[in-house]
Ligand binder design. Structure first.
Ligand code: NDP
Length: 455
């Protein structure tokens, strides 16, 4: 842990007009986009053009649509509070025991990457345990205890959306105030002269309460990602209740997304070395995004299938499954190759051979000179971000599982393509300024970003 300090050092950075415009646009639009999608499912059976056509032709007014939207309820507020409290307790009060009996799983206390100010944080990695216990309870309830209906999440979906928004805005606002007045590590704070930018992109790098409650690790993983698979299960239960059976499309979406979620928790230690934790500050983008955007928009396929119980032909279902599994394989192996390479400082085998390496160096904010290595073998020699390609193939598979009836379930692949392309450009810009000439040597050795010969 880095030293705790009571006031932030405030080097100011300027924000260009384009970034500022995009940020204000996103702040205004993202909340509306989530509402629009969920409302379109609730009132127009997931037809995205439905509300617009109704308003344009005078069949409905905005106020009619709003009046039909379920408000926040006491039940949803209680459920949500219970949910978040339960996840906080699992995160803070139950040290990891999975690493003691699961071979190959790395949990317990682990170190994160070196922050720009040279701090190395310690984390209690117990996400897999939280996921397992939560799902054990869910299945115990569904098959033995019957405390609540498995459709409970679907049945309260819009009232819960308001609760998630309250938490998302509250945590982002708190993080901003905390960054100004009582930061965890002042040397890792980032200030611009613009309020909106600070609010959206965050001031503090790794805000914490006490020694262990790390905002990024908690909000990124739980409650959103633990909830992801429960939300899908609730959608499947609702499909069965409404249509008498669970379709193969719903099974595919549940299985493929569960693989992605379990992978995330199995590799939570690896996650400490990804861009979210290593480079992004904690503001509205991460805080609200984790509470609202992720659980509501990453689960659109399951929601859609409640309204449209698509049953795929066998070749279609097999095609989707294969695409999802191959995508997952590339995603996992590419990420594993980089992780192994970095952990062993290049003393490993990639695709059975000693890896090709570019030695590089950089200077951190405290003026210290550091050495690092870039991998030029395996998937990192195919393209500079081939791990994103695997992710995109998996994302496309979820969408294709929903057939071709509506645009709404395809939002995910459109969003992921934009997110990961932007992320790739942002990361390359950062790496270019971090490594300078050494990065140029890497781009000369591996000329394409995502798809060889194309981009
Ligand atoms: P990466 O795992 O690709 O990490 C990029 C960083 O890795 C760079 O900043 C650099 O960091 C280092 N690096 C780059 N090239 C090399 C190389 N050749 N050899 C060694 N190190 C290198 O990015 P992300 O953290 O964005 O993604 C991790 C995974 O998470 C991806 O598979 C992505 O698809 C997924 N993801 C999923 C999202 C979702 O919403 N579903 C959102 C975001 C990501 P350094 O400074 O250490 O050199």
């Amino acid at each position: 842990m880095g030293p705790r300090v009571t006031a932030c050092i405030r080097p100011r950075r300027e924000v260009d007009w384009f970034s500022l415009g995009s940020i204000i646009f996103l702040l205004l639009c993202r909340t509306f986009i989530v509402y629009y999608f969920i409302m379109a499912c609730d009132q127009y059976s997931c037809a995205l053009t439905g509300p617009v056509v109704d308003i344009a032709t005078g069949r409905a007014r905005l106020s009619d649509i709003w009046a039909k939207t379920p408000p926040i309820t006491r039940k949803a507020a209680q459920l949500y509070t219970l949910w978040v409290t339960f996840q906080v307790l699992l995160y803070t009060s139950l040290p990891d025991f999975c690493h003691k009996f699961l071979p190959g799983y790395v949990g317990g206390i682990q170190e994160g990457a070196v922050t720009p100010a040279g701090v190395v944080n310690k984390y209690q990695i117990n996400g897999l345990q939280a996921w397992l216990l939560t799902h054990l309870l869910w299945f115990a309830n569904a098959h033995l205890l019957s405390w609540f209906s498995p459709t409970i999440i679907f049945d309260n979906w819009i009232p819960l959306l308001w609760c998630a928004n309250i938490l998302g805005y509250a945590v982002s606002t708190f993080a901003m105030v905390k960054g100004y007045f009582f930061p965890t590590s002042a040397r890792d704070c980032k200030f611009t002269g613009n309020f909106f930018y600070n609010y959206m992109m965050g001031v503090e790098f790794n805000p914490r309460i006490g020694k262990w409650f790390d905002f990024k690790l908690f909000f990124n993983g739980r409650p959103g990602i633990v909830a992801w698979t429960l939300i899908n299960l609730s959608f499947a239960a609702k499909q069965r209740e409404l249509h008498g059976h669970v379709t193969n499309a719903m099974v595919l979406v549940n299985v493929l997304q569960a693989i992605y979620v379990i992978d995330f928790f199995w590799n939570e230690t690896w996650y400490l070395k990804t861009i979210d934790i290593c480079h992004d500050h904690f503001g509205w983008y991460l805080g609200w995004g984790d509470c609202v955007w992720l659980p509501y928009l990453y689960t659109l396929q399951g929601l859609y299938l409640v309204y449209h119980p698509v049953q795929l032909s066998t070749p279609h279902a097999v095609g989707v499954l294969l695409l999802g599994l191959v995508g997952y394989y590339i995603f996992r192996v590419a990420n594993h190759q980089k992780d192994l390479f970095r952990r062993t400082d290049g003393r490993c085998l990639i695709w059975g051979k000693k890896p090709k390496v570019i030695e590089c160096s950089y200077t951190s904010a405290d003026g210290q000179r550091h050495h690092s290595k870039l991998l030029v073998s395996g998937f990192w020699g195919v393209a500079r971000h081939f791990n994103y390609v695997g992710d995109l193939m998996g994302s496309l598979a979820y969408c294709l599982a929903c057939g071709g009836g509506h645009l709404l379930p395809y939002f995910y692949i459109i969003y992921m393509a934009i997110l990961l392309t932007h992320r790739c450009l942002r990361d390359e810009h950062r790496c270019a300024s971090k490594y300078g000439r050494d990065w140029e040597r890497y781009t000369a050795a591996v000329p394409y970003r995502l798809l060889p010969g194309i981009f």
